[in-house]
Design a protein. Structure first.
Length: 202
């Protein structure tokens, strides 16, 4: 097995095939999809829509809303994909191309990425509602409408970035963490002082 997907109930195998693991009664069943050459799989929304990224940069679509499928079915040279929700609450998909550009489905219902900087990686939040960009210059920016405000984020030398909608954390090249918390969120009081953490010393 190469990669677990969507909570561990789906998997991408070493040969690029895609399988789902379910159960009938007390028996575990492995179902093999017809998908091949798959490098990533993402759920889009709660209606079972699934998008597979193939090694040739094209996408495979299953049970996906027609309005999203019409957009992403034409995408080419994609290296990363990530789900999000636009400003109207619609499920959408972001794609990163080989030349560092970002494509968003449903561009008419959400603001397109307002940046000319080259993107190194897409960083979706843990709830699939927002997508951030980790740029080639090692800074981070929000790509979609539901991203956190990063104005107070010490935004430099970032090599990794995660967010859960209430807290955003960046890892610098020297191992130190930088972060910003939504002070209005009820969860804010439970977050430690991540700025005192250095991953290289753990």
């Amino acid at each position: 097995m190469k990669k677990l997907v969507c909570g561990g109930v789906q998997a991408i195998m070493e040969d690029g095939t895609y399988v789902t693991i379910g159960s009938e009664g007390n028996t575990f069943i492995q179902r093999t999809s017809s998908w091949t050459d798959v490098v990533d799989v993402q759920y889009v929304g709660h209606d079972g829509g699934t998008v597979g990224l193939k090694s040739d940069g094209t996408l495979i679509i299953e049970l996906l809303d027609a309005r999203i499928a019409a957009d992403v079915g034409q995408w080419r040279n994609i290296v990363e994909i990530a789900p999000f929700r636009d400003s109207h609450g619609n499920d959408q998909l972001a794609g990163l191309t080989t030349d560092g550009k970002v494509l968003l489905s449903g561009a008419k219902t959400d603001d397109p990425p307002a940046t000319s900087k080259s993107v190194a990686h897409l960083c979706p939040d843990t709830y699939g509602t927002a997508v951030y960009a980790l740029y080639q210059d090692e800074t981070v920016g929000g790509l979609t409408s539901r991203c956190m405000d990063l104005l107070s984020f010490d935004n430099k030398d970032i090599v990794e970035f995660v967010s859960n909608g209430f807290c955003a954390i960046g890892v610098r090249g020297d191992g130190w963490l930088v972060y910003v918390v939504d002070e209005d969120a009820e969860e804010a009081e439970y977050y430690p002082n991540y700025a005192a953490w250095n991953l290289d010393s753990i």
